[in-house]
Ligand binder design. Structure first.
Ligand code: NAG
Ligand code: NAG
Ligand code: NAG
Ligand code: NAG
Ligand code: NAG
Length: 351
């Protein structure tokens, strides 16, 4: 019996290290409530996903359920005839060029999955109907939009129509959050159905070090706020859904099952229930509430119709049509220093 001990110990150690590796792989490969999972684990297998891609309907490589961009849930209903727009090449540079004057994020690296008192700063808990963008002209020069222009994000409690009447433009449904910036919107648009390829690289880096995964996502263009919430979500999912997600990740399953219902894979469904609500509350923006498609096919009533416009086109219209309530000219450009401080705090705390 004694002879067995070293073997048993080393086997146990082997199993332990293997489980740990699997867990770490999950942490980095399983993505948030909305940002789709298989974007992360595609280094395991691309094969199954690619068989379901249908390019013939102009959806730029997005997967479909029975040829529809969304899941038709109620019997007798049809696929909406106008699928979401998918080619944003003309507005992406503009979105990237604008500076957010009030970055929104969790209080310095507070993890909302483990700390109930975490909140967004500035506070956004208005149960809002829309996250709206207010364009801000440069104070010191007369550059044409977008150069030197900035914008302010605000949770608007009214409807989309009311926002439009007030010359605000809606960037997504619900309240603003850590992923509401036009920068994160631009990355989602730019990556489209290919986000999984870019991010599988980051997922692989995350096998070594979570910080490097976060940095990698920043290099793709996401904000630190986005990368941080993503990281907390993956931690939660790895903890709560490991039994469903381990086989899912290893087999490289498709996130949706077969038509006509195309149900969410159990792992994704688990993430959705366990990690999704907090993610959505803190992230604010998801692709489906921004009018964008992702690699997870969603029920049609979750894909919100949001017209993603050129912010500068709206800004140019504003002066002649805006009511007396134009943004106060005293709005200070505190974006960069504050953002820098938040980012530094967030990154340091993740070590
Ligand atoms: C792709 O979708 C169109 C409808 O949007 C459908 O007619 C066509 O058969 C599909 N092609 C494949 C290969 O699934
Ligand atoms: C997207 O739109 C641009 C013009 O805005 C066009 O040049 C480009 O070819 C389009 N890309 C695709 C894939 O349709
Ligand atoms: C914004 O656009 C201008 C001119 O195209 C460019 O010089 C500048 O680097 C851009 N700024 C950012 C932050 O992308
Ligand atoms: C929870 O978050 C609050 C607010 O950010 C913070 O003051 C507190 O220290 C956090 N508690 C723990 C245990 O991290
Ligand atoms: C839009 O946001 C509101 C408020 O958060 C929410 O009640 C509603 O369900 C959302 N609509 C969709 C289609 O997601």
């Amino acid at each position: 019996m004694k002879k067995d001990t070293p073997y048993k110990v080393s086997l146990l150690a082997y199993v332990r290290s293997h489980l740990l590796l699997l867990l770490v792989a999950l942490v980095v490969s399983v993505v948030l409530g909305d940002p789709s999972y298989q974007e992360q684990f595609s280094f395991v297998s691309h094969r199954l996903l690619q068989t379901t891609i249908n390019n013939s309907n102009g959806l730029a490589g997005f997967r479909t359920c029975d040829g529809c961009f969304c899941i038709v849930e109620n019997e007798g209903e049809m696929c909406p005839i106008d699928p979401p727009f998918t080619n944003f090449t003309s507005i992406i540079p503009t979105l990237r060029n604008l500076t957010l004057s009030n970055p929104i994020g969790p209080d310095a690296a507070c993890n909302p999955y483990t700390n109930e008192t975490c909140a967004l700063t500035p506070s956004q808990n208005l149960g809002g109907g829309a996250c709206v963008v207010e364009m801000q002209e440069p104070l010191t020069d007369f550059s044409s939009c977008p150069e030197s222009w900035s914008y302010h994000l605000r949770t608007f409690s009214g409807t989309f129509e009311e926002a439009t009447q007030q010359r605000l433009f809606v960037t997504h449904n619900g309240s603003c959050g850590a992923c509401s910036s036009l920068q994160d919107l631009a990355v989602y648009m730019e990556q489209g159905a290919n986000l999984r390829e870019a991010s599988s690289r980051c997922g692989a880096l995350g096998l070594i070090d979570a910080d490097r995964a976060i940095q990698c996502f920043e290099e793709i263009g996401f904000s630190t706020e986005w990368a941080t919430i993503w990281y907390f979500n993956t931690e939660k999912t790895a903890e709560a859904c490991i039994l469903l997600c381990a086989p899912f990740v290893l087999s490289g399953n498709s996130p949706n099952g077969d038509p006509p219902t195309c149900p969410l894979a159990p792992c994704i469904d688990c993430d959705e229930t366990q990690a999704g609500p907090i993610f959505r509350a803190f992230a604010g923006r998801t692709r489906r509430n921004s009018g964008l498609l992702s690699d997870i096919i969603r029920p049609c009533d979750q894909v919100v119709r949001v017209e993603q416009v050129d912010p500068c086109a709206r800004a140019t219209l504003a002066p002649s049509m805006a009511p007396a309530t134009t943004p106060p000219s005293s709005s200070i450009r505190w974006g960069f220093p504050v953002r820098g401080a938040i980012c530094t705090a967030v990154l340091l705390s993740l070590h």
